[in-house]
Each structure stands twice: as C-alpha cells, then as structure tokens.
Design a protein around this ligand. Structure first.
Ligand code: SF4
Length: 332
C-alpha cells in the first residue's frame, strides 16, 4: 500500500487513522534473528475527533502495545499512523516533541506513574517546563487543572507528595498531568483497574466530563467490557494481535458477532442475583503464543464453532452492516 493511499482513505473528521499497523519484536540469538513476536498484526481503525474508542481484550491481546505504538514508545514495523492528517509513523526529533504535546497518557498504576520525590506542583509543572511555557503562566495552569480534576481546595494538595494521597486522588493527578498541555488525544491504559470499585465510577465520570469539555479523543484500553457501556462510543476487540471485531459500543454489546466477543460478554459479572450462576462462560484455554501463532484464525483452538477453513486460512475482515466489522469465517 502506498503512503498517499493511506492518507486519502482517512476521513477529515478522524483525528487518528491507523492502517495495517504491525509491531513485530525480533528474537535474537547471538547475531541472528531467530523469529518475531508478532505483538500487532495488520491493525486498522479510525478514531473520530471528540470520541472514545475502547480497545478491549485479555492480557497479551496487543492492546497495550497498540497504545504504546500510538504514543511512539514502540516503533511500528509496518503500516501507517495518520494523526490530524499528518503521517507520523516514522517521525523523529522535533516532530516527536510536537506530537507528544498533542497527546496525553494516563497509566494503569497511578502510584508508579508519579515520581515519589516530586510534589504535585512540580509533577504538573514538569511538562510545561519541557515545552517552554513561561513561569508566570505555569502556576496559573497548574491551579486551573487541579480545579478541573476536583482536587480542591487546591492549597490542600499542591504541595503534597504522591504517597500522601489516596489511589483515587493520585489518579486525578495523573489525569491532570495528561491534560495540562491541552492535548487532543489521550491514551488511557486501564485507568481505573487498580482503584477500588467505589472510586472507579467517580474517576470515569470525571474523565467523561473533561472529555466532553475539551472535545478530546480517547483511546480507552481495558480488559473490563462492563465499563465500556458508560465510557466509550465505539469498541475494538483485540485477540492475539488482531482486531477481531469493531463497531459502535451499543452494537458490540447488544449484538456481538465474533465468538470471542460473545464469550467476553457472557463473562461479564451480572449484579442481579437472579442471573448469577456459579460458573460464567469464559473462553476456554489460553491466548496463543505470539511467537508461533496457530495457522488460520488465531482463535480456532478455543472456538466452539471452528471449521476446517478456520484451521487453514486467516479470515478476512468482513463488513457486516457498513459500520460493524468482524474477522471471522462465519460471516464470509
Ligand atoms: Fe471461530 Fe472460525 Fe470464526 Fe475463528 S474464523 S472465530 S475459528 S468460526
């Protein structure tokens, strides 16, 4: 595929447009490469301005690698990443600095993400200093963003160190740091998975409010499909380095097409005691090794509907109703 074709196929309403993205990590033995871990293979999706795309899947599905590749922490092996109409796949130097200013990153572990030897003011000022914001503006911006994440009164928090805050307060600081340069895109990798259940909804509600206020686009990476109903517009389901299903959130949750998505949805705990069963249906078996994935459909060893063709040939991505795509021979 030509570089120009990739850009042409992106819609101006999309902030991020990813085409046939591959990330293969080489396995080296002495001086030779003995194989590749195919962490991402042929991943394509669009993220509209002001929308939230949830990337869901089990550990090892490639969702964190995808987030880190968009953040330019991992280098793509092949494919294209188009951000705001510009091809940023292999940018370097000053362009990386520009691109990083456009992005915010919210990590899973708030305590690990915050340097313990810096207080909250220093943590929030750091990105402003790196990007050359004048000292007179910096304190105003720090106070403003602390108010936005509801760490108020600001005086009670600004001089504290991370260990003096609760997990929920630490994650508010992480969100404040991600927002302080007014990015257009946020990559949020399991932003609430390490918080108590009671705090999760508070943090997601706050995040949603800020997303609407600033018309942010968010890549919301999670293994927890139950939160996507409240916190995403569209879902991409990942399995073993591929996107296997993608559609608007209500479509994926109400009418999942891929057998893997169906089993993930059946595994969501139901709070209604009348619907509780001792064993919820989870996909049997383990995700495959990405060093030596199975031929054909990578889900076939775990799939109750596997056919001969599934064991031989990789399924194509099939458009089922224009906006709902699935990578499965059942629809071919
Ligand atoms: Fe199952 Fe075949 Fe579909 Fe893969 S392609 S999910 S093995 S039915």
């Amino acid at each position: 595929m030509q570089k120009g074709e990739d850009i042409k196929s992106c819609n101006p309403s999309d902030l991020l447009c990813v085409r046939k993205l591959c990330v293969w990590h080489p396995i080296r033995k002495f001086l030779t490469v003995s194989g590749y871990i195919r962490a991402l293979d042929d991943v394509s999706f669009d993220l509209e301005r002001g929308r939230i795309l949830a990337i869901v899947g089990e550990s090892g599905s490639g969702k964190t690698t995808l987030g880190k590749t968009i953040l330019k922490i991992h280098q793509p092996t092949k494919g294209r990443i188009i951000y705001d109409g510009k091809d940023i796949t292999f940018i370097k130097g000053k362009e990386i600095k520009w691109y990083r200013r456009e992005l915010g990153y919210v990590q899973q572990d708030p305590y690990g993400a915050l340097p313990p030897f810096m207080n909250i003011r220093q943590i929030l000022e750091e990105p402003l200093i790196i990007h050359g914001i004048k000292k007179s503006e910096r304190i105003y911006k720090v106070r403003e963003v602390l108010e936005e994440v509801k760490l108020i009164p600001v005086e009670d928090f600004i001089n504290k160190y991370p260990h003096m805050l609760s997990g929920g307060q630490q994650q508010r600081v992480v969100i404040a740091r991600a927002l302080i340069l007014r990015p257009k895109l946020i990559v949020a990798d399991e932003p609430v998975s390490m918080l108590d259940a009671s705090v999760r909804i508070e943090i997601l509600t706050l995040f949603r409010e800020l997303q609407k206020k600033y018309n942010l686009s968010i890549m919301y990476i999670t293994h927890d499909l139950s939160t996507t109903k409240y916190f995403s517009d569209k879902i991409a389901v990942m399995y073993a380095g591929h996107i296997v299903e993608m559609a608007q959130t209500y479509k994926v949750l109400s009418k999942p097409l891929h057998p893997y998505t169906q089993s993930l949805i059946k595994a969501i705990p139901d709070p209604d005691p009348r619907n509780r069963t001792l064993f919820r249906e989870i996909p049997p078996g383990e995700p495959p090794s990405l060093l030596n994935p199975p031929p054909g459909c990578r889900f076939h060893p775990r799939c109750p509907y596997a056919m001969d063709i599934c064991r031989r040939e990789e399924p194509p991505v099939i458009e089922v109703d224009g906006t709902h795509t699935v990578k499965c021979w059942l629809y071919g």
